[in-house]
Every structure is written in structure tokens, then in C-alpha cells.
Design a protein around this ligand. Structure first.
Ligand code: NAD
Length: 343
């Protein structure tokens, strides 16, 4: 049998757009110092895919992920309005990445909230993200009316609810809160609520079940985030609430995400390509580093994930090395180098 130290794991690496190449480079430097076992296959996606191959999701990138079933990805720019469909959404669909896991934990004490430790499990393939939209022209206005539909399936709701309750049970979490808007979207999110409740009942005695309407949940997260543990919700609500939760622990710079599916797992930061910071060398690589720690957990190298999280904590709180968004002065590279010193 091969020992852990001998085993090399092929993984796809996508630098992405905007600040992507800078934070990916910083993360790869840290993973190298950690002796993480990844053998990177480097590929393009997003606007850099368009520039190189005329496609935000070039075939070579898809083929690589199909082979490795594992990817670390920088943010991809999606031009708003017209043009290309989001390469992120296409990636999730292509590899059936149905669960988006977004933890929000306090890493730097002294912020608005102490000791926040939440995990949001967002359904990643259905709801309003399916892109069933059209305009109805009236008179000379081609966009007089806009219509968008959402789709939730019982199978999709069951799968994400099972993922959330199973995640809670395996990770020693006490409670799963089902977040919905079934008072208004009675069918679309009513089906989600009904199905998630059925799944939750199977975990009785192991994981508590709770539920909230999304607007109340948004407010209660601000008033008292400690009342929540794991939250499971539909695609659009999950997108919004996970950014809110990132805000509770210091902002998007600290929020990692795992997209887990049947055919692959893709790890990334919650934030986007931050065009306002691109090329300046000041972006915070922390969210992507935390995503890399989730990737290490995913390949059963939790001891490396633990080492990485510990070094991050020491760098932030003992060495007081931080990037500008966290009130520090370190550049992206300096922050990565400080973590490497701790490793
Ligand atoms: P954004 O997350 O890129 O930026 C929002 C704000 O947060 C900006 O002020 C930015 O400077 C700041 N910020 C983000 N990441 C940071 C970091 N690592 N360090 C310090 N500050 C950081 O959101 P946006 O401006 O709405 O989107 C820009 C582009 O990114 C869009 O094209 C959008 O579609 C795309 N996007 C991609 C993903 C993804 O690939 N997963 C996610 C969200 C947005």
C-alpha cells in the first residue's frame, strides 16, 4: 500500500480572472510549502478562456476536470447583462456539483461578532439559477416585460437536504435550519421545505431540525448569528445569505466554498474577480487558502488541512500579518510568505 507521502493526486488548477492569478499563485506557494500532494494540471476558464480559446469553458479545461474530478479555481468574470452565460454556473451543471458548502468562521477576533461558526449548504443547480428567462415585447419596447422561472425538483431537494443533514451528523454539528420562502413561493420553495422536513425527520435524535423564512433568517443572522449552526437552502437564497454570513466574520476576503457533486468537486473563494484590485498585488488570498483547506479535507488529508488552518491563524493573530481589507499592510505575496514561514 502507498503511504500518504508517496501518493500524488492530480488536480485541475484554474487561475481565473481579475485577482484570480494573484491569489491562486499565493495559494499554490503555500500548498507547496505544506507538501500538499496535488499534481496540478493548469487550465484556463472565464475571460482568460475567451481570450485564449474563444470560450469561457475551453474543452481542455473540461477534459482535465473530468479526468481529475478535483479542481481549485480562481474567480471567473461574468460580464453582466448580455454575452456569455456564467462559466461558474456551467461548471456546476457540467459536473453536477449540486452542493455548495460555505463555512463562515470568525478568524480575527475584535470584529463585530465573536465566535461565529456557521456553515451554509446551498443547492447549486436548481431554483432561479437555471436561466429560464425571456422578454415579452410590447409596442416598440422589446424588453417591456421580463419573465424568469425557477425549477426545484423533489429529487434535487432531497439530495441537498440529505447532504446537509449528513454533513451535520458527520461533522459534529447540532442543528440544521431549513431556509425557505414557502409562504409566498408556495410551490417552488414549498416543495423544498416539505422534502427537507422529511429528510430531517430521519435524523431525529442525531441532528436537530429547525426552519426559517428567508427574510426573517437574514435579520436573525445579524441580531444573533449564534442561534444557527448549519443552514440548508435553495440556490438564490443561499447565494445571498452566504455573502451576509461572510460579512459577519469580516467580509468576502475570508469566505471559502466547496462545490461538491457526483462527478467532481471544485473549490473556490466565494468572492469574485474584484476587477478594482486586479494587478495591484493587494488582494487577500485567505478565502482561496481556506478553500484549499476544504480541498485537503475532501481528499482525506485533514492533518494537512489542520496545519494550514493553524498557520493561517498564527499569521493573522500572532504575527499580525494581514492584507488591506483586514486593516493590514501586507501584499498578497507577503501574506503568503508569512504563512509559509509558519509552516
Ligand atoms: P467581487 O467579489 O469581485 O468584489 C466585491 C468587493 O469585494 C470589491 O470591492 C472587491 O475589491 C472586494 N474583494 C473581493 N475579493 C477580495 C479579496 N480577495 N481581497 C480583498 N477584497 C476583495 O464582486 P463583484 O465586483 O460583484 O464581481 C466581479 C466579477 O466577479 C463579476 O464578473 C462576477 O460575475 C464575478 N464573480 C465570480 C465568482 C466566482 O467565480 N465564483 C463569484 C462572484 C462573482
Amino acid at each position: 500500500m502507498q503511504s500518504h507521502t508517496e501518493r500524488v493526486i492530480p488536480a485541475t488548477l484554474i487561475a481565473g480572472d481579475g485577482i484570480g492569478p494573484e491569489i491562486v499563485e499565493a495559494t499554490v506557494i503555500v500548498l507547496h510549502a505544506l507538501r500538499a500532494p496535488f499534481a496540478w494540471e493548469t487550465h484556463k476558464a472565464g475571460m482568460s478562456g475567451v481570450e485564449a480559446f474563444g470560450d469561457p469553458l475551453p474543452q481542455a479545461t473540461l477534459d482535465s476536470i473530468r479526468r481529475t474530478r478535483l479542481a481549485l479555481k480562481g474567480p471567473l468574470t461574468t460580464p453582466a447583462g448580455s454575452g456569455y452565460r456564467s462559466a461558474n454556473v456551467r461548471l456546476r451543471e457540467e459536473f453536477h456539483l449540486y452542493a455548495n458548502v460555505r463555512p463562515a468562521r470568525t478568524l480575527v477576533p475584535g470584529g463585530r461578532y465573536e465566535n461565529v461558526d456557521l456553515v451554509l449548504v446551498r443547492e447549486n443547480l436548481e431554483g432561479f439559477y437555471i436561466g429560464f428567462e425571456h422578454y415579452i415585447p410590447i409596442d416598440d419596447d422589446p424588453h417591456a416585460v421580463a419573465i424568469g422561472s425557477g425549477i426545484n425538483s423533489r429529487a434535487g431537494c432531497r439530495r441537498i437536504a440529505e447532504f446537509a443533514f449528513e454533513y451535520a451528523a458527520r461533522n459534529g454539528r447540532k442543528k440544521v435550519t431549513i431556509v425557505h420562502k414557502a409562504n409566498i413561493l408556495k410551490m417552488l420553495t414549498g416543495l423544498f421545505l416539505e422534502t427537507a422536513r422529511e429528510v430531517g425527520q430521519r435524523y431525529e435524535g442525531r441532528v436537530q431540525m429547525d426552519e426559517r423564512i428567508v427574510d426573517a433568517c437574514a435579520m436573525q443572522l445579524v441580531l444573533n448569528p449564534w442561534q444557527f449552526d448549519v443552514i440548508v437552502t435553495t440556490n438564490l437564497f443561499g447565494d445571498i445569505l452566504s455573502d451576509e454570513m461572510a460579512g459577519l466574520v469580516g467580509g468576502l476576503g475570508m469566505a471559502p466554498a466547496a462545490n461538491i457533486g457526483v462527478d467532481a468537486a471544485i473549490f473556490e473563494a466565494v468572492h469574485g474577480s474584484a476587477p478594482d484590485l486586479a494587478g495591484k498585488g493587494v488582494a487577500n488570498p485567505l478565502a482561496l487558502l481556506l478553500a484549499a483547506a476544504m480541498m485537503l479535507d475532501h481528499i482525506d488529508r485533514s492533518e494537512l488541512a489542520h496545519q494550514l488552518r493553524k498557520a493561517i491563524n498564527q499569521t493573522l493573530n500572532e504575527d499580525q500579518v494581514r492584507t488591506g481589507d483586514l486593516g493590514g499592510k501586507a501584499s498578497t505575496k507577503e501574506f503568503a510568505q508569512a504563512i509559509v514561514r509558519r509552516l
